[in-house]
Design a binder for this molecule. Structure first.
Ligand SMILES: Nc1ncnc2c1ncn2[C@@H]1O[C@H](COP(=O)(O)OP(=O)(O)O)[C@@H](O)[C@H]1O
Ligand SMILES: [Mg+2]
Length: 316
């Protein structure tokens, strides 16, 4: 019985580390399997009485699946494995509830983001059609293209996020981050002078396209906010590869340094939208870094915004 409960707790713990859609179903399936398994084990090895708590937990979980989110199982004050298992189950249920709420919020935000340019597009076309002679048809089309570009960017970014969320395993190869940063910076036409200092031979294991996207997202932000110049740096620091993108714009206040990584979060929505931002640039950069065992953070700097990407160096 003890072994079965420990196995159940371990299975729950493993599943608890997975932050993916479908995890609710997976947890429920695992619990069902574990409780049935432990019931069989118990029948073979112990008195019938010791099975009652397992059976009760199983029934409670069955009821919860049908009742959807919000519920918890009763925690018996028995001071044993059953109490700990029930507590662990409740911790997982609480996390699932938060995740479900976040996903609902994300879908609502995404719909809102898509609706705004669609409404603009529709209004503009209706106006042009209602008075075909006194409008500038070319201007209408030009503005419509701006909206369509924005829609396109949002949808592209949503697709990238969906792929990252699904945890798809992309092929890893040694990537020279210094060379990648040089190439990404060279392919842009920044509005202000950009100085790039990239050490060669900073090798990480990763997906070149995705790492390139993460770097591009940081560069695009710096270009949007910089006042007069941007500095980009790629170097090794201990066992980490570090990319720093530093601009001399208004910066990101310390209180907002986590919020800017939330999906669709913008400190200045009007400005971000005007410049075609989707509000997904930093969240995507962060997901890419996480998928590579790294981080992206807003760091302290004497001026402006300093975004730092850190990735594990491939042992040389
Ligand atoms: N370099 C920067 N300087 C100042 N603010 C920034 C910078 N980078 C990001 N931000 C803030 O973080 C928000 C989120 O960035 P991001 O996810 O890239 O979305 P977007 O660029 O589409 O607005 C931006 O809207 C902006 O408020
Ligand atoms: Mg951006």
């Amino acid at each position: 019985m003890v072994a079965a409960v420990v196995a159940a707790a371990t299975a729950l713990h493993l599943l608890g580390g997975v932050d993916r859609p479908g995890v609710l179903a997976a947890v429920m399936a695992a619990l069902a399997a574990v409780t049935v398994g432990s019931a069989r084990w118990g029948l073979a090895h112990s008195a019938r009485g010791s099975l009652r708590p397992v059976e009760r937990l199983r029934r409670e979980l069955e009821r919860l699946t049908e009742d959807e989110a919000g519920g918890r199982v009763a925690v018996p004050a028995t001071g044993d494995e059953m109490e700990r298992l029930a507590e662990r189950v409740n911790e997982l249920l609480a996390r699932l509830e938060i995740e479900v709420a976040q996903r609902r919020g994300f879908v609502a935000d995404a719909s809102h983001e898509l609706r705004t340019p669609i409404t603009g597009l529709r209004t503009r076309i209706e106006l042009a059609l209602s008075a075909p002679d006194d409008g500038d048809a070319e201007e209408t089309l030009r503005q419509s293209l701006v909206d369509i570009d924005r829609l396109h960017r949002i949808v592209e970014d949503l697709l990238v996020l969906a792929r990252l969320d699904s945890g798809d395993a992309t092929a890893r190869e040694p990537v020279d981050l210094g060379a990648l940063v040089e190439a990404e910076a060279a392919s842009r036409t920044p509005p202000v002078p950009t100085v790039v200092k990239a050490e060669p031979g900073i090798i990480v294991a990763g997906n070149r396209q995705r790492l390139g996207r993460a770097v591009r997202n940081l560069l695009a932000n710096a270009e949007r906010y910089a006042a007069a110049h941007i500095e980009v740096e790629a170097r090794a620091d201990g066992d980490r590869a570090v990319v720093v993108v530093h601009d001399d714009g208004p910066g990101i206040p310390p209180a907002d340094r986590d919020r800017v990584f939330e999906r669709f979060a913008r400190l200045d929505p009007a400005r971000s939208r005007d410049k075609g931002g989707s509000g997904l640039g930093l969240p995507i950069a962060r997901e890419i870094a996480l998928a590579h065992g790294g981080t992206v953070q807003v760091a302290d700097g004497a001026y402006g915004a300093r975004l730092v990407l850190r990735l594990p160096l491939l042992a040389r």
